[in-house]
Design a protein around this ligand. Structure first.
Ligand code: SF4
Length: 430
């Protein structure tokens, strides 16, 4: 088929060892990788002059690694970086995407960023009209890094899918869970979600292997000012009721954020929903378990601050939880959960190839999530496409208040590591 015969081309990238399809719209000069992930081709328009599909596909092979760095998320309208085998940014090194290991039997996984809500208390500042860069990691690429991380662990590991945003917006979530479950070391697969998209998705996710849902259900009364959007609490609550009645022994965690004085009523509604779910479980001899794990409202540098409200000191927060337990004392609730209640145990750390104070050569590969931040990769050559994967490579968040950092994009520079805890690296240009 010649290019002229069609204005919309579907191209399979498996010949590039990338198991995704893309479609190229010749009218808008737009490449689409997933439903929401697109790349304009204005800079690379010479590929569009190609006479036939084979030639075009070969040219795309050269152009794709650049395209993956300059996508946009059609849902959030933000710049997005698509990480995959041809844009092999390491999945250890930042909180923004990839894997976080804190030396326990839990690995935290972050396959995407971007959210469909805009909560007033969001700890990562997600939502609408926010200037951030989005990151999306391709599922097969993600699995390779998780297998590497699991090779250090000695016990059954919980995979805790907890991105800076909403994981149900990640188009490959079901596939990713199925791939991850192939590793025998994987025990529980947990999903942290705001719940909005659960009603139409929970069944397929359970089938894929999700066994624990952590839902930041915001309550029933007047929740729009809290989450920034219409939230169909009844529909989500109905989905939660169906989840606890499944045959599989699932866990459901209700995890609202409590801003004392702002959403006290809604937090009590969540507790009541938890009690109703427990009643349903008992009446139906279900194997499901429900936990109520209320979160303290905390403020972070990149997070959102609720005007007029300060985070509570932990002592006072626990006192408030105890008071809430007393209000519902006939139900013998435990709202003050500890790491052992949630099953966290120490385990080996994944190897950490960099240390604080070290000066290393790194390639600045793309913008970071926030203003004045970039992602660098060391060793520099491991960021090149068509390289075999280097699991000792790490991503580093390089920050600077100087505008000049932008000029370094694509260059290899010396950076000094200023933070290296838990394989999370920050640096400044040396
Ligand atoms: S708190 Fe969670 S659900 Fe709310 S905006 Fe942030 S990431 Fe989204």
């Amino acid at each position: 088929m010649s290019v002229e015969e069609s204005k919309l081309l579907n191209i399979n990238l498996s010949s590039f060892e990338l198991p995704i399809n893309l479609s190229l719209d010749l009218n808008t000069k737009t490449l689409s990788f997933y439903k929401h992930l697109k790349c304009g081709l204005n800079l690379q328009s010479k590929a569009l002059k190609a006479k036939d599909l084979n030639l075009l596909t070969r040219k795309l092979k050269l152009l794709l690694p650049e395209c993956f760095k300059h996508c946009y998320n059609a849902l959030t309208s933000r710049q997005a970086v698509f990480i995959n085998a041809l844009n092999p940014i390491p999945l250890f090194g930042t909180r923004y995407f990839g894997i976080i290991d804190r030396g326990t039997n839990v690995l935290e996984l972050r396959p995407n960023t971007g959210c469909n809500l805009s909560c007033v208390f969001c700890s990562v500042g997600e939502g609408f009209n926010v200037k951030k860069t989005d990151f999306i990691v391709e599922a097969y690429y993600f699995k390779k890094w998780v297998d590497y991380a699991l090779s250090f662990k000695k016990q059954s590991i919980e995979l805790f899918i907890n991105p800076q945003g909403e994981p149900l917006l990640y188009q490959e979530l079901e596939l990713l869970v199925k791939l991850l479950k192939q590793n025998k070391k994987v025990g529980k697969v947990s999903l942290v979600t705001n719940g909005l998209l659960l009603p139409s998705n929970f069944k397929r996710l359970i089938k894929a292997g999700v066994s624990s849902f952590h839902v930041s259900f915001p309550g029933f009364t007047n929740v729009k000012p809290l989450v920034g959007l219409n939230y169909d609490s009844e529909a989500v609550a109905n989905a939660l009721k169906q989840i606890v009645l499944q045959e599989k022994p699932l866990e459901l965690w209700l995890t609202p954020v409590w801003v004392k004085g702002l959403n006290d009523l809604q937090v009590k509604e969540v507790v009541k929903l938890g009690l109703e779910l427990k009643r349903l479980i008992n009446e139906n001899n279900s194997k499901a378990k429900v936990f109520i794990a209320i979160q303290n409202y905390l403020q972070y540098k990149a997070g959102r601050k609720v005007k007029g409200f300060k985070p509570l000191p932990w002592k006072l927060f626990y006192k408030n939880l105890k008071q809430l337990e007393a209000e519902f004392k006939e139900f013998k609730l435990n709202l003050t959960l500890t790491p052992s209640d949630v099953g966290i145990k120490p385990d080996n750390f994944v190897e950490k190839p960099l240390r604080t104070g070290q000066v290393v050569k790194a390639k600045i590969v793309c913008n970071g999530r926030n203003k004045n931040e970039f992602i660098a990769v060391t060793p520099a050559n491991s960021a090149e496409p068509f390289q075999s994967l280097d699991f000792k490579a790490r991503s580093i968040v390089v920050s600077s208040n100087k505008q000049s950092l932008g000029k370094l994009l694509g260059k290899t520079v010396l950076v000094k590591i200023t933070h290296s805890k838990h394989n999370l690296f920050h640096a400044v240009v040396a």
